[in-house]
Each structure stands twice: as C-alpha cells, then as structure tokens.
Design a protein around this ligand. Structure first.
Ligand code: UDX
Length: 437
C-alpha cells in the first residue's frame, strides 16, 4: 500500500512515521523546506518521545521519505491531510487556509481509487465541502480524526482508543481503504466507528471541548477551594473515585494550553455562532475564562510573595504547555513568565526541552540551562510545568542552592510535605498553604 501524508507538523510527521512502521511505502509532504530537510535526516523538528527512533527506522529502511513536491502524492492509495488549522488572526474561528491549499494543490494528482482522508481538526461542514471538490477527480474523501496527545503521540497513533471514519453515505470503498490501512490496529480489537462527515468532525471537537470543560470544572473548584480553605487535589481524588466521573483530567493548576484545546474550543464556539447555536456552546466561553483566570491567579501569587519577602527575582520552572513536550503554543507557564517579566520582575526560567521554542516567542526572556542556575539568587520559585525532572528535585539539596524559601506550585505537582520539611513555604493553586516546617 502507498500512503501520502500532507503536512508534517506534530500530527503529520508522527502519522507518516507510524504508517511507514506498519510497512507502507510512505511519503510525507510539507511546504517547509527546512522541516523536510530535517525529517529526511530522520530528525523530528520538535521534541516527541519515541519519534526519532520511528523516523530513523523508516528513513533507513527506505519506506519513509519526505518531499516538498506534492506531485509525489500521485499514485497513493490513501492521502492523509494533516495540516494545521490554527486560530485565525483577529477571530476565534479556525483558519482553513492550509487545509484548502493542501486539497487544491492535491487535485491534479488525484485519480479514481484514491482516498483522501482528512485528519486535521476542522469546523463541522468542511469535509462535505472538500468532498465536493475532490469528487470530479474520481477520488473520494473520508474524515478520520486523530486524538493523539503530544508527548504520547507515537503510542496514541499506533494504539488508539478508537478509530473514527466519517464517510459519505454508501462509500464502502472508503471504509475498505481505511480498514486496510489500520488492519493491524483493528486486529487487536480496537473499536471502529463508521459515521457521517458531520459526526466525525463533531467527535473531534466535542472530545476536546469535553476535556477542556473537565479541566476548567476542577479549576473552578480550585477557585472556590482557595476561598473556603478546601484542598482541590483531595476533592479531585474523592470525586474521581466515582467511576462515572473518573480521576483523569481533573488535575487542577495553571490549566490547559497547547496547539489544540484552546483554539479548538474557540473555533467550536465560532462555528456554533455561524450555525445560530451561539447559546448552545456559550458555556465554552466560561471554560476559556476560568482557564485564563488561573494564569492571573498564579501571577498574583508570585507578586504577593515577592512583595512579602521584599524581592523581585523569580525562578520559573517549566515553560512548555505540558511535560514531555517542547511546545509552547498558548502555554500557561510561558504566559506567566512573560507577564512577570513585563511587570518588571527579574525572571530566570528553565525548561528541560522548551528553551528554543520559548525564545522564538519571547526572545527577551532569560532562560538558563538548569534548575540550579534558575534558582540561584531567586526570591521565589514558581513551577509552571510538571516535568518529572522537577518532581524529582531534592528540596533539601535545593535549599542549599537558593535563598528562596517560597515555592508556588502551579501544577500541584510537588510533594508539599517534603518541601515544607526542607524549609520552604509551599503555595499552590486550589490548596491551603503549607508553611515551612
Ligand atoms: C489534546 C487532546 O488530549 C488530544 O486528544 C487532542 O488530539 C489534542 O489536544 P494535547 O494538547 O497534546 O492533546 O494535551 P493534553 O494532554 O490533552 O493536555 C492539554 C492541556 O491541559 C495541557 O496544558 C495540560 O497541562 C492541561 N491539563 C491536562 C490540565 O491542566 N489538567 C489535567 O488534568 C489534564
């Protein structure tokens, strides 16, 4: 089987490498020459555990190649569309420029028998519009949303919880093509749902909206907990033991960021507005607001503690939007660091992987190369991303390296008792303060 993947970002690069690892002759196509050059050498243009090995294996075996020439997609059995759908400048809606350009440039290279399978997250109604464009070539179109998480992208692609095929009524050949692509995954008993275009599009955005809502729900409880003296982590444990609720995605803290959840809930609302359903998804505006308020709270806590100790130097641990990623798109941690710096504080930040990506967005942010350098001379320590590297810090040793005696845990990730025993006062989002022992 021959596979093409258009777009080699987080989604496409992983998908192309995964397709090659299943034994298919795979070509990844991207307009970015520099990105393609790196991928050809088997180097991912971003940090993703497991991806370097998978890429190198495919490139070395000759089953995986990368190109900027879309005509090389000709003759493929399945062409996946995996380009980005970022937030439109000056609007909440999704920018479909890349999806439209990918399909337009693909049209001359399509023929009967080829399946175009959309993976990008798109507003409901897009797949039908693209199917109409593709139809005259004799090829057909399906929407096959992807649910991968950064940091677990390889695992999520090769071992998904479920496969969703959005197909036109009666398009059995589209179903057969996707079944052939995913044969080894289906053999393991993975659930596969065949639905119409609109359902497939909605499955993706509603899954992300639900996850964002779950996070903002617990963060709303964190806001209340701060006022009444409750501990939101214990609350999450207690409600999470109800199997109907579940403990996952109930980690209160700085909230969600990244290239998906924030822009997807905004695009979903924008699309609902267009469909005359603004009120239906009005709650997502609250979800967004609760999420953004956690960043304000974190900045306020750092400011409060700096005032209290009479200092202005803050060590920020973590810049990526979540651990095991160098992605800083809409990152709560980077936002907090930037706002503290803009407020005139002396920031020194460290992230195990996101220095380069963060500097591209905030070139003036002082980013050092270790926890030790970040906390050297600091008055307050603020944790913004829950990397294992930070959980593993020995607070007793750290206390010898820094004058700071306050740590503000923006992710409820640190062992407050151990930090307190080492002489730190621990402040956290949604929990009572733990004074230094
Ligand atoms: C998300 C979806 O999980 C994935 O299915 C979809 O395909 C793309 O969007 P991703 O953006 O990689 O994936 O990250 P995810 O693990 O979902 O985390 C999103 C954000 O929520 C992160 O900033 C994370 O720190 C935050 N988060 C997550 C919380 O604040 N609390 C939680 O309990 C869980």
């Amino acid at each position: 089987m021959k596979i093409a993947v258009i777009g080699c970002g987080y989604l496409g690069a992983v998908h192309a490498a995964a397709m090659a690892s299943l034994g298919y002759e795979t070509v990844g196509v991207d307009v970015d020459e520099a990105k393609v050059d790196r991928l050809r050498r088997g180097e991912p243009p971003f940090y993703e555990p497991g991806l370097p090995e998978l890429l190198r294996a495919g490139v070395d075996a000759g089953t995986l190649r990368f190109t900027t020439d879309i005509s090389e997609a000709a003759g493929s059995d399945v062409v996946f569309i995996a380009v980005g759908t970022p937030q439109k400048a000056g609007s909440d809606a999704a920018d479909l420029t890349y999806v439209d350009a990918a399909v337009e440039s693909l049209l001359p290279h399509l023929a009967a028998g080829t399946l175009v399978a959309g993976k990008s997250t798109v507003p409901v109604g897009t797949a039908q519009r693209l199917a109409d464009l593709v139809a005259p070539t004799g090829a057909s179109l399906a929407w096959n949303p992807e649910f991968l998480r950064e940091g677990f992208a390889v695992e999520d692609t090769l071992r998904p919880d479920r496969l969703v095929y959005g197909v036109a009524d009666g398009d059995d050949s589209a179903i057969a093509s996707l079944d052939a692509v995913y044969a080894s995954i289906l053999e393991r008993g993975t659930d596969r749902l065949v639905v119409n275009f609109a359902t497939a599009e909605l499955v993706k955005v509603s899954a992300n909206a639900f996850l964002a809502t779950k996070i903002s729900f617990i963060n709303a409880m964190a806001e209340l907990s701060e006022t009444v003296g409750a501990d939101v982590t214990q609350l999450a444990d207690a409600i999470g033991l109800d199997a109907r609720i579940g403990r996952r995605f109930l980690n209160a803290g700085l909230g969600f960021g990244g290239g998906c959840l924030p822009k997807d809930i905004r695009a979903f609302q924008a699309r609902a507005d267009e469909l005359g359903h603004g009120e239906t998804l009005g709650f997502l505006r609250e979800v967004d607001q609760i999420n953004l308020r956690r960043r304000d709270r974190m900045v306020a806590l750092v400011e409060q503690e700096l005032e209290r100790v009479g200092g202005d130097r803050v060590a920020v641990l973590g810049l990526a939007f979540k651990p095991n990623s160098d992605d800083v798109r809409d990152s709560p941690a980077l936002d907090v660091a930037r706002r503290l710096q803009e407020g005139g504080r002396v920031v020194r930040a460290f992230d195990p992987e996101a220095k380069g990506t963060a500097l591209r967005i905030v070139p003036t942010l002082p980013i050092v190369d270790s926890v030790e350098e970040a906390v050297d001379g600091a008055d307050v320590i603020a944790l913004g991303t829950e990397w294992q590297h930070f959980r593993d810090i020995d607070p007793v040793r750290l206390a010898e390296l820094t004058p700071a005696r306050v740590v503000i845990d923006g992710r409820n990730a640190l062992d407050a008792a151990a930090w307190s025993a080492a002489g730190f006062t621990v402040l956290a989002l949604g929990r009572p303060d733990t004074p230094a022992a």
